[in-house]
Design a protein around this ligand. Structure first.
Ligand code: UDP
Length: 501
């Protein structure tokens, strides 16, 4: 297991963008947590330090907790390819899809348990009784019981889900639920994601968030955006001077690496409108569908001189996503089949991941420069890329799936596609936005306001703070940690995120 080094950050910077009442509510929650958790640690456990929404949120949220004098830490599980193959299959199942169609049976459970056991030994050497452990997503879920027995307060945080149950969803939860039966608090991103098997009074809904000041989301002026995009090779032009951004710890950073781009000929010009999707290379993000929809837009003569950029992480960098390389290969193979005139307008970009904040600054510049940001996912727990686009005030076209429906109201904060596989509707939405930039600006401005009021990190921090405080108070009432079972939580019968009187 590796511990991720997390800097310290101060919440006061939010005073620039938030109302003071919210800030003081946050400070109240953290003050009381600091007193309660003196000498104790709040651990986060997941499976990757880079790539994907969970890593993104942990990098941004933990520093603020540390900034309040609370010892919050982050450890990453170590696992082999076989384990990640199984957990990726599980991930697809919980999203309602069959993934590669492999089984989730006894043999898979044995591999899952073996890897879990090895990691649990290491984690137990660090965690002390009465520490809090936030276990993120299915991969480390098998550790919960041992942590509870060791006297830790365990919260399982699920970042994925599917609205309706189907055979795959049931298969996924049948595999996972046994590991969660003793966990006193379960957190989901949407009410609809709570599976029947776990809907027994210990669940809380907390909406994911973004950090307004991270390298991914901080303001960048046009000259810096230009210099970054030219330097990395995503836009054609003379190399500019200023490719700087501010790192999480306040020190200056600079974009030095370049992007690995598959394209025909030259990069688009600065004035070329870019339609951009940033995502892991995952079939559920539907990169082929984005390309086909863009093809349709061009065929119908509605694309003007727009180009498409499909951007994702360098495929060797995301430890818990073994599918990345094959999906990227498929995207490139599909691109090779496109007619020549279309192919020269489609750019497939693998972003460098060696320095995660440099990667974030490139994503930031690309999102800010995009004429339209798309997220044409077939399934989505909660699209962080959508919130990132909202915060940047960009026009968005996204699928009306999963959490995206909580983020965007169609026609108010962006355009939603009722059927994500409908490439004509996708092309029509893009065409309409390209033809009417003023409309896009209005949608973008509305989206930004909504992100400010609902989706910034401070909201999530307050809710998690209350949850942990309430859980600890119930724990005190129980006396012994192992008795803080879900039956106790059920008897208590109140939702954990509500303030205690
Ligand atoms: N991301 C990134 N670099 C990349 C591709 C993606 O930083 O090359 C980030 C993206 O900006 C977002 C996160 O990864 O913050 C993806 O989160 P989301 O919830 O959209 O999808 P997930 O990957 O969790 O399914």
């Amino acid at each position: 297991m590796e511990e991720v080094v997390v800097p310290v950050n101060h919440i006061e910077r939010f005073s620039k963008v938030l109302d003071p009442e919210l800030l003081s509510r946050y400070q109240q929650v953290t003050r009381s947590l600091r007193e309660r958790f003196e000498g104790r640690t709040v651990w986060n456990v997941n499976t990757t330090a880079a790539g994907g929404g969970v890593a993104e949120m942990l990098h941004s949220l933990i520093p603020y907790v540390r900034g309040e004098g609370i010892d919050a830490r982050w450890v990453v599980m170590e696992a082999n390819e076989q384990f990640f193959g199984i957990t990726k299959r599980l991930h697809h199942a919980l999203h309602g899809s069959a993934g590669d169609g492999t089984p989730l049976g006894d043999a898979e459970r044995r591999v899952f348990d073996e890897v879990t056991a090895a990691n649990t030994i290491e984690l137990l050497a660090r965690v002390r009784p009465r520490d809090v452990v936030l276990v993120h997503d299915p991969q480390p879920a098998g550790m919960c019981d041992a942590l509870i027995r060791a006297g830790a307060l365990v919260v399982w945080r699920c970042h994925i889900g599917h609205d309706e149950s189907n055979q795959e969803v049931e298969r996924g939860w049948a595999f996972l639920a046994p590991y969660l039966k003793n966990v006193p608090a379960l957190v989901f991103s949407r009410e609809a994601y709570v599976p029947a098997a776990l809907d027994d009074g210990r669940t809380t809904v907390i909406t994911p968030s973004i950090d307004a000041f991270s390298a991914k989301n901080q303001e960048l002026d046009q000259a810096t955006i230009h210099s970054i995009l030219v330097h990395v090779g995503l836009v054609e032009g003379p190399d500019g001077e200023d490719r700087s951004f501010v790192r999480q710890d306040g020190t200056p950073g600079r974009v030095d690496r370049q992007v690995d781009v598959v394209r025909l000929g030259r990069a688009p010009l600065w004035d070329t409108p870019l339609i951009v999707q940033v995502s892991r290379w995952d079939p559920l993000k539907d990169p082929l569908g984005v390309m086909n929809g863009f093809g349709h837009l061009v065929e119908r003569g509605m694309a003007g001189d727009a180009h498409l950029v499909l951007a994702g992480p360098n495929v060797h960098a995301v430890a818990d996503d073994p599918e990345g390389a094959s999906v990227l290969d498929e995207v490139i193979a599909h691109w090779r089949e496109l007619p020549h005139a279309l192919r020269h307008r489609v750019h497939i970009a693998s972003l460098p991941m060696a320095d995660i904040e440099e990667n974030a600054a490139i994503v930031n510049a690309l999102q800010r420069h995009a004429a339209i940001i798309v997220q044409k996912s077939l399934e989505e727990g909660f699209g962080l890329t959508v919130t990132e686009a909202m915060w940047k005030g960009r026009p968005i076209v996204a699928s009306a799936v999963g959490g995206i429906r909580d983020q965007i109201e169609d026609g108010e904060h962006g355009v939603l596609l009722a059927d994500p596989s409908d490439r004509q509707a996708f092309a029509a939405a893009l065409g309409k936005l390209l033809a009417d930039p003023a409309w896009g600006e209005t949608l973008g401005a509305n989206a930004k306001e909504r992100a400010r009021h609902e989706f910034l990190g401070i909201h999530q921090l307050i809710k998690h703070g209350r949850l942990i405080e309430n859980l600890d108070a119930v724990h005190d009432e129980c006396g012994r940690p192992a008795e803080l079972t879900h039956e106790v939580m059920q008897r208590r019968g109140s939702r954990l995120e509500e303030p205690r009187e």
